[in-house]
Write a protein that binds this ligand. Structure first.
Ligand code: IMP
Length: 190
């Protein structure tokens, strides 16, 4: 069965491809030659995931899913959340985003945070949402070279290392995205 993943990110495509049952043929936006950018104008992860999945489904008419993720910091009332990629500006610079966040949390004891992924799926014209969360804490300083985004300053619950100090496979065992993908795959298998 054909299924479209509304992303150009090849790493995400490979990650989910390894989890999907064999009879699914996954198409990424790159493979479909889809170049028009879909504006993420929603004010929540759920809204953005739905905006993306509806736009793509309208064009191609096949079963489709799209994801949106963000870092939610308790002391900042859930910020940067849906604005995680552009927290320090539209350049979407990961280093600037981390610097801004560490600055906002200077002197604040409560460092609790969570990464959250929402996947929106349109399957046989019905809409579904799946959520994955990993809880943790924002460290005092960045550590580690792996991963991307806020990985160097996020230490998952019950772990000593930041996401950026873990290998990709270690991160994938507990990450928000893997947890949301697993729920999606469970649904698709059922
Ligand atoms: P996206 O929806 O997967 O593109 O994620 C939006 C933004 O959230 C990214 O640009 C990062 O700033 C942040 N983010 C999401 N997932 C992760 C992660 O696994 N590690 C670090 N940052 C992440």
């Amino acid at each position: 069965m054909e299924l479209i993943f509304g992303t150009h990110n090849q790493n995400k495509v490979e990650e989910i491809n390894t989890l999907l049952p064999d009879h699914y043929r996954l198409w990424s936006l790159t493979e479909l030659g889809h170049e028009t950018e879909i504006e993420e104008t929603g004010s929540s992860l759920e809204e953005n995931a739905l905006i993306k999945v509806r736009a793509i489904h309208n064009i191609y008419g096949k079963n489709t899913f799209a994801d949106d993720s963000g870092l939610e910091v308790s002391a900042l009332k859930g910020a940067p959340g849906v604005y995680s990629a552009r927290y320090a500006g539209i350049q979407k610079n990961a280093q600037h985003n981390m610097d801004k966040l560490l600055n906002e949390l200077k002197g604040i004891k409560n460092r609790q945070a969570q990464f959250r992924t929402v996947i929106a799926l349109i399957f046989n014209k019905q809409e579904y949402l799946f959520e994955g969360i990993v809880k943790g804490n924002i460290s005092i300083m960045a550590e580690g070279q792996n991963g991307f985004g806020y990985d160097p300053i996020f230490i998952p619950e019950n772990q000593l290392l930041s996401f950026a100090q873990m290998s990709l496979s270690e991160k994938n065992k507990i990450s928000h995205r893997s947890r949301a993908f697993e729920k999606l795959v469970e649904f698709l298998k059922s």
